[in-house]
Every structure is written in structure tokens, then in C-alpha cells.
Design a protein around this ligand. Structure first.
Ligand code: NAD
Ligand code: ZN
Length: 346
């Protein structure tokens, strides 16, 4: 399912040779076109004809309009059901490409070659594809698995630092919810540099893959991957609406600090581990000022999160480092206290 590519992309070439598709459709955005496509094309050894499809970079492109344009392009290319789509990019490209591939002619095969850290450790794995619609994130989509995920960590060399941090937050999350050793190795990194992170990417990917294998449809254990995301998503939306947006991983780091404190307040996590987790996250993620947001507004947004039944907020929380639980109903008072804890950190 996950293959780490060697410098000649041997595994990818073998895969394509064995699958023998009628056509290759390579989906890129403007940045992955510039930085990653030359590496892919330089290593691709195949006689099969290929088309390159480029979209602009950014979350704003993850729309129905873009999907419709891509379906149209595939029709113009006379793409048949035996074609293979290659999604070369971050989460926007793998979400969009997977969605378009899984719906065109009732589904053609696709593979993901993630080029961001978030894409590698999170978005490219798990078979969730989708687009945003009417300001709702990922509201339309499919569960559709890529045939294979090919990882080439060297792509991270051109990734902006902030994007690297964003993906790192999800790696920390994987350690906290499922693998104590992974957490300890990551928290001890001296600095966030691609080469420091390389040795841990595969483990992080495997953690997500294993969780997803156990519960593809997110009925139970997959929910633990939402740790940090209930509070994180609410703040991500508020920043987007009111000021300058923050990156998803920054919101998740902030959310994980609040939800770690919440785990403590719910008597699920020891004081000692609460402190260790919060210090570990703060080592890499500076405190973001959130005092401008009204607590009730934040809580209301959480109530509207599509993962919650009307009115009740369910959290995925850490019970000890490397262990987690899900569907925890918490006291609103404790949520407010956790937010207040974060506000007073600075
Ligand atoms: P992204 O795809 O927008 O990439 C971030 C930026 O980095 C873009 O500007 C992109 O052009 C650029 N970029 C990509 N690779 C590069 C490289 N190697 N060098 C230089 N620049 C490069 O964002 P992302 O953070 O990768 O993904 C976020 C998206 O993923 C969101 O839409 C989110 O909803 C989705 N997501 C999906 C899942 C899932 O399970 N399907 C999980 C998490 C996130
Ligand atoms: Zn996330």
C-alpha cells in the first residue's frame, strides 16, 4: 500500500508496467509542476502516453467547479476506465484527484504521490477524497482508496517551512494517540528540518494506515485521529473568517494543547504526562493569540462540526501518551477551562 521510492522511482515504474493502463493522467498544481514534476518525469520509464493536468495551488481550488473542469478535460482526452490518474501534490491535489478519479465513469484507478509532509503522513492515506462546497470543508466526497501511495521524502526539500510544520503537527498527533516511541523520537528532534524528519515519515504513515485498516468508515478507532481537531477546526474557521488564516497544522497544534488539558480536566490523563505533552508541542509551535475570540462562539462552532450529533460535542482524547479514546462527552465548563488555560499560556 505504501512504497518509499528509491531515487530511480523503480517501484513506480514496476507498478505502472504491471498495471498497464491505457493512459496516465498526472494531476499537479503550479508548485508541484515546478518542483516535483521534473523529478517524476525524469524517472518515469514507460511507453504509455501521459497528459499533464495543472490546477492553481490552494485550498480555494478544492471546489466543484474545479472537479467539473477536470471531468471535462478527461472527456476531451477520451480517458477510458483503464486509465491511471497520478496525483502529484499535497492534500489539495490528492483529495481533488482522488475525488475526480473515483467519480469519473464510476471510478478509474489512481495513485497518490504526496509532496507535502501533511500529504505524506496524513491526507494521501485513508481513502477519504473530497471537495469543499459553500464554505463547508470536505462536505462532498467519496471513500475511495488509491491503488498505491508512493513516497519520496526528498520532495520536502522545496516545501516552505510553515508547510513542513503543519505536517509535523499530524506526526506528533500520531505518536500521542498510538505510539509513545514515535512521540518521544519526534519531541526530541533538535530542529524541524526535512532531513531530521525523514527517518520518521514511514512510521507516521504506518500509524495512520493501521488505524484506517482497522476502521475504514470511521465508526470507532479512526475517530482517534481527530484528536486536537475539534478545538483546532473551530479556531481554524474563526481565523479564516475574522483575520488572516492559520495553517491546518498550526490549528491542530493549538487544538492538541487545549485537548490535552481537557483530557487532564476529565481525569483521563495524568498531570505529569499533560505537562510533557504540552511542553513537547510548545517546543515546535509558538503560542497563537486567541483572546480576541469569544469562548461561546468557539463552543458553538464545535457544536456545528459535522462529526457531532446536534448539540453534543464528542472528543477524541489521550488517556496516556500513545493511547487514546473517542466519543468522550465532556462538560462545557471543562472546554472553557481548557481554552482559558491556553489563553493564559503566553
Ligand atoms: P496543499 O496541497 O495546498 O499544499 C500546500 C502548499 O504547498 C501548496 O501551495 C502547494 O502548491 C505547495 N507544495 C506542495 N508540494 C510542494 C513541494 N514539494 N515543494 C514546494 N511547494 C509544494 O496543502 P496540504 O497541507 O498538503 O493539504 C491540505 C489539504 O489536505 C486540505 O484540503 C485538507 O482538507 C486535506 N486533508 C485531507 C485528508 C484526508 O484524509 N483526505 C487529511 C488531512 C488533510
Ligand atoms: Zn488534520
Amino acid at each position: 500500500m505504501i512504497s518509499v521510492l528509491d531515487k530511480n522511482f523503480t517501484q513506480l515504474n514496476t507498478f505502472i508496467q504491471q498495471l498497464n493502463p491505457t493512459q496516465l493522467l498526472i494531476l499537479v498544481d503550479e508548485n508541484t509542476h515546478e518542483f516535483c514534476l521534473p523529478v517524476l518525469l525524469g524517472n518515469l520509464e514507460t511507453e504509455i502516453s501521459f497528459e499533464i493536468i495543472e490546477i492553481e495551488a490552494g485550498e480555494e481550488m478544492k471546489t466543484l467547479e474545479t472537479a467539473a473542469q477536470l471531468w471535462e478535460i478527461l472527456t476531451e482526452f477520451n480517458t477510458d476506465r483503464k486509465a491511471l490518474m497520478i496525483n502529484l501534490g499535497g492534500g489539495v491535489i490528492t483529495d481533488m484527484g482522488g475525488f475526480v478519479a473515483s467519480t469519473y465513469k464510476r471510478g478509474i484507478k489512481f495513485i497518490n504521490i504526496p509532496t507535502t509532509l501533511l500529504g505524506m503522513c496524513d491526507a494521501s492515506i485513508g481513502g477519504k477524497t473530497g471537495i469543499d462546497h459553500q464554505f463547508l470543508k470536505n462536505i462532498i466526497g467519496t471513500f475511495a482508496e488509491p491503488e498505491e501511495i508512493f513516497v519520496y521524502p526528498d520532495f520536502l526539500k522545496t516545501l516552505p517551512f510553515a508547510q513542513l510544520c503543519s505536517g509535523f503537527a499530524e506526526m506528533l498527533k500520531h505518536g500521542l494517540i498510538a505510539d509513545k516511541k514515535h512521540w518521544q523520537e519526534l519531541k526530541n528532534l533538535p530542529e524541524l528540518l526535512p532531513e531530521n524528519i525523514y527517518p520518521f515519515i514511514e512510521t507516521s504513515m504506518k500509524i495512520k494506515e493501521n488505524v484506517v485498516l482497522e476502521d475504514f468508515r470511521e465508526e470507532n478507532i479512526r475517530k482517534t485521529l481527530n484528536f486536537g481537531h475539534t478545538i483546532g477546526h473551530a479556531l481554524e474557521s474563526l481565523f479564516l473568517k475574522n483575520t488572516t488564516p492559520i495553517l491546518h497544522g498550526e490549528a491542530v497544534a493549538l487544538g492538541m494543547i487545549c485537548e490535552t488539558q481537557l483530557s487532564f480536566l476529565q481525569n483521563l490523563l495524568s498531570a505529569e504526562e499533560t505537562e510533557e505533552i504540552i511542553a513537547g508541542i510548545l517546543k515546535f509551535f509558538p503560542i497563537i493569540a486567541i483572546a480576541q475570540f469569544n469562548d461561546n462562539e468557539i463552543v458553538d462552532l464545535m457544536k456545528n462540526d459535522k462529526k457531532n450529533a446536534a448539540g453534543s460535542i464528542k472528543f477524541s482524547l489521550v488517556t496516556s501518551i500513545g493511547k487514546s479514546t473517542f466519543d468522550v462527552s465532556v462538560l462545557t465548563e471543562n472546554i472553557l477551562q481548557a481554552l482559558n488555560f491556553y489563553k493564559n499560556l503566553g
